[in-house]
Design a protein around this ligand. Structure first.
Ligand code: ADP
Ligand code: SF4
Length: 689
C-alpha cells in the first residue's frame, strides 16, 4: 500500500493536448543504443514505462546528416527509413500506458560530422570546442531555413510514428538554438544576432514551426538550460536565462529546464547532492503557467513531494535515478520505498556514451542488457535445481550481488566475509571525500538480502581453502563462488612502467588500502600521490591529504589529473577542486625511483628529470587480484565442487563491473552455456532495401 503522503506524485498532469498518468518523467538521456541498436533502445525505454515513469523520452535524435554525432551513438530521424526503428521505442513505451517523448535536434557545430563528412555549420564562424582540425562555417539565411524545414519534417515524422511529446532542444551548449542564444557564440549582424530578442528568434521560430506542424496532436516541449555556470559570459538564471523563459513563457506546452553544459547538468555526487539544480531552476514555475520538469538526481520520495508541494516542479525529472532503478515510481506506488535502488551519482552511465558504447550502471547491472540478454531489473528466473547450495566467499559488490541474485533465484546461499561488515571496497571507499554514496551499493543489497530466508550471511569469517571445502561439504554446497577482491600494489608497476620501481626505503610508501585501513594520513610531512590509475582514487586521496593540511604533490604520467574521469564528466571539476586546495599537479611524469628521501621523476617522453622531497608516497597504480584462495581451491576442490571467481579477484575493474559480474554469475548459474556461442542477441544493420 502506498503511503498517502506520496499520492501527489501519482496525480495525472496535462501537457498541452496529452496527459501524463503521473509526475514521474524520464527526461531525454543518452544510452549508447540509439540508431545502431534500436531493439535495445526500445526494450530499455519500455522497461522504464513498465517501471512506472509516466513520460519516457528518447535521447537526442539527429534530424539531418549535417549534424551527426559519430562515433557516439544517438538516435536518428534523417528519413522515412529511420521511422520503423523509432517506432519500436514509441510502441514499447505505449505498451505500458506511458507517454513517449522524442528529443529531435540539430546541434550545429557541436557535432563534427565525422561520418557524413558534411562541413559543420554554426551560428557564426568559429573554432570547434574540441580539437578537431576543422572550423565550422557561419550559417546563411538559407541554412537557417533548411534547418527549420528539417526540424519541422522530423516533428511530422515523429508525430506519424506516434510520439506524444516532441522536443525543441536548447540546452547543454550543444543544440543550435542554444548557440544562437549565446552572446559569446552568436556574433551575427543580421536579425538573428545582437539583442536577446534577435538571438532568441531562431528558438522562437523552431517552437512556432513545431507547434504549427504537430500542435493539435502532440505536446511541444522546450528543453532549455537556464544557466551555464559560466558567469557573465554565459546564460545565467538571474540574467538572460530568466529573460528567455519570460519571453517564451507560454509558447511551449512544457518547460524541461536544467543547467548547462552536460558536466554541470550531470554533476556526480562528489560535486553536487540531490536537488542541486534547484537554486537555478526554481524561478521557472513563477514565469509560466505551463508544467515544468526539472532534474537533480532525485531518489527520495519525500524530496520529490516537497518539490511539487513547494511549487518548484510539476514533474520529477530523472535520467540517472531512472537508470539505477527503472522501477522507482512503481516501488513508491506499491509502498516499497526501501526497495529503491538509489543512484550513487558516479556517472559510470555517462561513461558509456562518452566512450561510444551501450550504457551500463553501477547499481543496475541489467542496464543495457534488457534486450540482448533478456535481463529484467526486477525479475530473474528461478533456478532449475534449487537444491544446489552455493558458498559465496567475499562480501564486496561482486559477492553481495551474486548472493542476492542467486538467493532470488531460490538457491540456498551462504555468504562469508572476512571483515566485520559487508560491502568490500564500496564500504571502504565510502569513507573517502565525496564518495559517501558508494555505500548505497552495499546498503541496497544488504537490505534485500535480509528479506531472503534462503541466504545466510556470515561476517568475520575469513576462510582458507580447507575451511571453505569443509564448509561446502557440511552444508551440501557444490559450488563455491569467489569474490575476494583485489589489493593495491606498492611496487610502482602500472601502465607507465612494467618493471619494479627502485626504492631505497627512504620514504614511507603507502597504498590506498593502507589509507582506507586507517593509516594516519594526518601525520606531518609532504605527501606525493603517484597516480598511474587515472580514475578517481588518485584525485580523491590528494583531496583527503590536502584537506588534512598536508603539502600534496600529485604526479601522473597522463596528460591531466584523473584523466579517465573525462568519461564520468568530472575531470574539470576534480582539477579545479585540487588546484583550489593547493595541490601541486605534475602531469606527464613517471615516478622513476625513490632515493635519499626524494622522488625522482622523469618526463614520459624522456628527459625532464626533477626531484620532489616528500615524507610519504602513495602509490595509486595497479591492483593485484586476491587469488590465493582460487589457486588453493583449484588444486584441492576435486571433481565434486565447482569453483568460479568473479569481480576484482578475477580482473580488477570498476565497482560497476564487479556488480555486473556478480549478477551475470547468478543469472548463468546452473544454465547450459555454450562457450562457443555469442552470449547475447545481436542487432544487424540491414544490408539493403
Ligand atoms: P569486488 O569489487 O570484486 O566485490 P572487494 O574487494 O570489494 O571486491 O570485496 C572483496 C571482499 O572479499 C572483501 O570485503 C574482503 O574482505 C573479502 N574477502 C577476501 N578474502 C576473503 C576470504 N578468504 N574469506 C572471506 N572473505 C574474503
Ligand atoms: Fe547512478 Fe552511477 Fe548508475 Fe549512473 S551509473 S545511474 S550515476 S549509479
Amino acid at each position: 500500500m502506498r503511503d498517502p503522503r506520496y499520492d501527489i506524485l501519482f496525480e495525472p498532469v496535462q501537457i498541452g493536448p496529452v496527459t501524463a498518468r503521473n509526475r514521474f518523467y524520464q527526461v531525454p538521456h543518452c544510452n549508447g543504443l540509439g540508431h545502431l541498436y534500436p531493439r535495445g533502445e526500445a526494450c530499455q525505454r519500455g522497461v522504464k514505462a513498465e517501471g512506472g515513469w509516466g513520460v519516457v523520452s528518447t535521447q537526442e535524435v539527429e534530424i539531418h546528416p549535417s549534424s551527426e554525432w559519430s562515433p557516439y551513438i544517438e538516435g536518428r530521424l534523417w528519413d522515412d527509413g529511420d521511422m520503423k526503428r523509432l517506432q519500436l521505442t514509441a510502441d514499447a513505451v505505449h505498451a505500458h500506458g506511458s507517454l513517449a517523448a522524442i528529443e529531435i535536434t540539430h546541434n550545429g557545430h557541436a557535432s563534427a560530422n565525422l561520418y557524413s563528412r558534411i562541413p559543420p555549420m554554426a551560428v557564426a564562424a568559429m573554432q570547434f570546442d574540441t580539437m578537431e582540425p576543422m572550423q565550422p562555417y557561419a550559417m546563411t539565411r538559407r541554412d537557417i531555413a533548411d534547418v527549420r524545414r528539417w526540424h519541422r519534417r522530423a516533428a511530422l515524422r515523429a508525430r506519424d510514428i506516434g510520439f506524444d511529446i516532441i522536443y525543441v532542444y536548447a540546452a547543454h551548449d550543444l543544440a543550435l538554438p542554444f548557440h544562437f542564444l549565446s552572446r559569446r557564440r552568436n556574433t551575427r549582424a543580421d536579425q538573428y544576432g545582437g539583442s536577446l530578442e534577435n538571438r532568441a528568434r531562431f528558438l522562437r521560430e523552431l517552437l512556432e514551426d513545431t507547434r504549427d506542424a504537430v500542435g493539435g496532436s502532440c505536446a511541444v516541449a522546450l528543453r532549455f538550460a537556464v544557466d551555464e555556470l559560466a558567469g557573465e559570459e554565459g546564460i545565467t538564471a538571474d540574467g538572460e536565462g530568466r529573460e528567455v523563459v519570460e519571453m517564451l513563457a507560454e509558447l511551449p506546452d512544457l518547460w524541461d529546464v536544467n543547467i548547462s553544459d552536460w558536466t554541470n547538468d550531470s554533476l556526480t555526487a562528489r560535486f553536487g547532492g540531490e536537488g542541486f539544480q534547484q537554486p537555478y531552476t526554481a524561478f521557472v514555475k513563477s514565469a509560466t503557467t505551463k508544467p515544468v520538469v526539472g532534474v537533480g538526481r532525485f531518489t527520495s520520495p519525500d524530496t520529490m513531494v516537497s518539490m511539487v508541494k513547494n511549487g518548484a516542479l510539476d514533474f520529477i525529472g530523472a535520467a540517472r535515478p531512472s537508470i539505477a532503478d527503472p522501477f522507482l515510481p512503481k516501488k513508491i506506488e506499491e509502498g516499497r520505498v526501501e526497495d529503491i535502488r538509489e543512484c550513487i551519482g558516479c556517472n559510470i552511465c555517462a561513461s558509456g556514451d562518452m566512450t561510444g558504447r551501450p550504457i551500463c550502471c553501477t547499481q543496475n547491472p541489467t542496464m543495457g542488457e534488457e534486450y540482448r540478454r533478456d535481463w529484467h531489473p526486477e525479475k530473474i528466473p528461478p533456478a532449475r535445481d534449487k537444491t544446489a547450495g552455493v558458498l559465496v566467499i567475499g562480501g564486496g559488490p561482486a559477492g553481495l550481488e551474486a548472493a542476492m541474485s542467486l538467493g532470488r533465484r531460490g538457491l540456498r546461499v551462504t555468504l562469508a566475509e572476512a571483515g566485520e561488515q559487508f560491502g568490500g571496497r564500496a564500504l571502504r571507499e565510502s569513507a573517502l571525500p565525496g564518495l559517501a554514496t558508494w555505500r548505497r551499493v552495499a546498503d541496497y543489497r544488504l537490505g534485500q538480502l535480509q528479506k531472503l530466508t534462503n541466504v545466510e550471511l556470515f561476517a568475520q569469517s575469513e576462510l582458507n581453502a580447507e575451511q571453505a571445502l569443509e564448509f561446502a561439504d557440511s552444508s551440501g554446497a557444490k559450488h563455491i563462488v569467489l569474490a575476494t577482491g583485489a589489493e593495491w600494489t606498492r611496487d610502482g608497476i602500472g601502465r607507465a612502467r612494467r618493471a619494479q620501481m627502485e626504492d631505497d626505503g627512504s620514504m614511507k610508501v603507502l597504498t590506498p588500502d593502507d589509507i582506507m585501513a586507517g593509516e594516519n594520513f594526518k601525520e606531518a610531512g609532504a605527501a606525493l600521490i603517484y597516480d598511474d590509475d587515472h580514475y578517481y582514487m588518485g584525485g580523491v586521496l590528494a583531496e583527503l591529504f590536502a584537506r588534512a593540511d598536508a603539502e600534496v604533490t600529485l604526479v601522473t604520467p597522463a596528460a591531466e589529473v584523473s584523466a579517465w574521469t573525462r568519461n564520468t564528466l568530472e575531470q574539470a571539476h576534480i582539477e579545479r577542486r585540487l588546484r583550489k586546495l593547493g595541490v601541486r599537479i605534475i602531469e606527464r611524469h613517471i615516478l622513476a625511483r625513490i632515493r635519499g628521501g626524494e622522488a625522482e621523476l622523469q618526463h614520459v617522453n624522456g628527459g625532464g628529470a626533477q626531484t620532489i622531497a616528500a615524507a610519504r608516497a602513495v602509490m595509486v597504480t595497479a591492483r593485484r587480484p586476491r587469488e590465493g584462495l582460487w589457486h588453493a581451491l583449484s588444486k584441492n576442490a576435486g571433481e565434486k565442487i565447482r569453483v568460479a571467481r568473479i569481480g576484482d579477484c578475477l580482473a580488477p575493474a570498476t565497482i560497476a563491473a564487479a556488480v555486473y559480474a556478480g549478477h551475470r554469475c547468478a543469472r548463468e548459474f546452473g544454465e547450459e552455456i555454450d562457450a562457443d556461442a555469442v552470449p547475447f542477441k545481436r542487432e544487424y544493420v540491414e544490408t539493403g532495401e
